[in-house]
Design a protein around this ligand. Structure first.
Ligand code: NAD
Length: 327
C-alpha cells in the first residue's frame, strides 16, 4: 500500500478485547473501521450500536471489504479465522498467542508469505510504556525473575496459563536474551480449570543466563513484575503500573538525588538509582498503529509471526514438561 493511505480494517471477535480494538482503531487517523463480526449475534449487535460500526453476519462479506483484520477470537480459533482472512487477501493482526500449536503457526507463516500479507501477533507488552522506557541496549542479564499473577477468570481458560499469561513474559525474555535455550525445567498445577492454572519454569540459556518465570491465574491480586539482574545492576520493570527502576553499584559519587550510599569496611561504594520518566500511552493503540504502519510502509511488523512462533515453541515445551511430570 502507499504510505499513509487509508487502511480498511475489520474486527473479528468483539468480546472483552475485540471491543477495545474497535475503540482504538476509531482513534487512528488513517484507518477506516469497516465493520465487526462475531458468532455471538447479541454481542456483535451491542458493539455495533455502542461504537457505531457496521456489523456483518457473514465473515467473507466483511473480509472482502477489508485490507486487514484484527482477530480477537479465542485462541483455539485463531488458525481457522486467520487462514480464511489470509486467503481472502487480508493482512492479519492475531491476538496472542498466535495459535494453539506449532503446526498451525507454521502453516499461517507459509500462507502469509505465499499471499504476500503481514501477520502481527498481539504481544502487547512490547508496547507497554515501561518496556518502551527500558534501555535494552548493552545489557548482559545473568538472572531474570518474572511474576505475572491474575485473579481467576473463565475467559482465557480455553488454554493453560502458559499460553494465556506466561507467553507475554516468554516473548519479552526472548527479546532480551539473544541466546539459544539450553534447558527448560518446569512445574505446574491445575487448580480451578482443566488445564494448568499455575506454572513456574527455569530456563537456562547457552550464554549462562537463567530465567525463572512464574505465572498464575489463581491470585487475589494482579502482579506483572519482571526483574533483571546483571553484574552490579538490578532493574525492576513493572508492567502493571508502568515503571522502570535501576540500581547500579558504582565507585563514583552520585550526582543525582535518590541514590543511597553504602559504606563497607574496605571501600566506599555508591548505589546509583535511576527511574526513567515514563511517557504514558495506550499500549493497545500504539500496537495497532504499528500494525497499520507496517502495512502502509510494507515493513516487517514489530511483533512478527516468527516472534509469535518462537514464544509459542517455548510455551509448549514448558507445558509438555509439566504434563509429563503430572501424568
Ligand atoms: P472473549 O471470550 O471475551 O471474546 C472472544 C469473542 O470471540 C467472543 O465474543 C466470541 O463469541 C467470539 N468468537 C468465538 N469464536 C469465533 C469465531 N470463530 N468467529 C468469530 N467470533 C468468534 O475473549 P477475549 O478475552 O477477548 O480474548 C480473545 C483473544 O484475545 C484470545 O486469544 C486471548 O488470548 C487474547 N487476549 C489478549 C490479551 C492481551 O493482553 N494481548 C488480553 C486478553 C485476551
Amino acid at each position: 500500500m502507499k504510505k499513509n493511505s487509508i487502511v480498511r480494517i475489520g474486527i473479528i471477535g468483539v468480546g472483552h478485547l475485540g471491543k477495545f480494538h474497535v475503540q482504538q482503531y476509531q482513534t487512528i487517523h488513517n484507518v477506516e473501521c469497516v465493520g465487526v463480526f462475531d458468532i455471538d449475534i447479541e454481542c456483535v449487535d451491542v458493539v455495533s450500536k455502542n461504537y457505531n460500526v457496521k456489523s456483518y453476519d457473514n465473515l467473507d462479506d466483511l473480509l472482502s471489504r477489508c485490507d486487514a483484520v484484527s482477530i480477537c477470537t479465542p485462541t483455539s480459533t485463531h488458525y481457522s479465522v486467520a487462514k480464511q482472512a489470509l486467503n481472502l487477501g487480508c493482512h492479519v493482526f492475531i491476538e496472542k498467542p498466535i495459535t494453539t500449536n506449532i503446526d498451525e503457526a507454521e502453516k499461517l507463516i507459509l500462507l502469509s508469505n505465499n499471499n504476500n500479507k503481514l501477520i502481527q501477533v498481539g504481544h502487547i507488552e512490547r508496547f507497554n510504556p515501561a518496556f518502551c522506557a527500558f534501555n535494552k541496549e548493552n545489557i548482559s542479564p545473568e538472572f531474570i525473575e518474572s511474576h505475572r499473577l491474575a485473579p481467576f477468570n473463565i475467559r482465557g481458560t480455553d488454554v493453560d496459563v502458559i499460553l494465556d499469561l506466561m507467553i507475554h513474559d516468554i516473548d519479552i525474555l526472548l527479546q532480551i536474551i539473544k541466546s539459544d535455550i539450553k534447558q527448560i525445567n518446569a512445574s505446574g498445577v491445575s487448580i480451578l480449570s482443566n488445564t494448568i492454572d499455575m506454572a513456574n519454569t527455569r530456563i537456562e540459556f547457552a550464554n549462562g543466563c537463567v530465567a525463572n518465570l512464574t505465572a498464575s491465574r489463581i491470585s487475589q491480586k494482579q502482579l506483572r513484575k519482571f526483574r533483571i539482574f546483571e553484574k552490579k545492576i538490578y532493574t525492576n520493570i513493572d508492567f502493571l503500573n508502568p515503571c522502570v527502576e535501576t540500581y547500579m553499584l558504582s565507585n563514583k559519587q552520585p550526582k543525582k538525588d535518590g541514590a543511597y550510599i553504602v559504606v563497607n569496611e574496605t571501600s566506599e561504594k555508591f548505589i546509583l538509582y535511576d527511574k526513567p520518566n515514563i511517557v504514558p500511552h495506550n499500549a493497545l493503540k500504539v500496537e495497532l498503529e504499528a500494525f497499520v504502519k507496517s502495512i502502509n510502509d510494507c515493513i516487517n511488523p514489530v511483533v512478527s509471526a516468527i516472534d509469535g512462533l518462537a514464544a509459542l515453541k517455548v510455551a509448549i515445551q514448558i507445558r509438555d514438561q509439566i504434563n509429563l511430570k503430572n501424568n
